[in-house]
Ligand binder design. Sequence first.
Ligand SMILES: [Zn+2]
Length: 78
Amino acid sequence: MAIARCKQCGRPSGRNVKSRYANQPHFPAGHPASGVVCGKPNCENDALIWLNLDEERAYQDGKRIFGIHTHTAKIRVQ
Ligand SMILES: [Zn+2]
């Protein structure tokens, strides 16, 4: 499942990450004013969207809507 992380926090990796993620992130629609915020605790930077390898293949085939981990993603409101 896609993960929202800012440029500084970078590509999801490590023991708790269940999928392998593509090397390059994608911009959420409207970036940098998308309202999607990095999912790392204590980070409030605007997020990029990291797709796992299956999602990256779907992106290459034209898919543009992906689920994200809602327990970690944050959204900025006006
Ligand atoms: Zn971050």
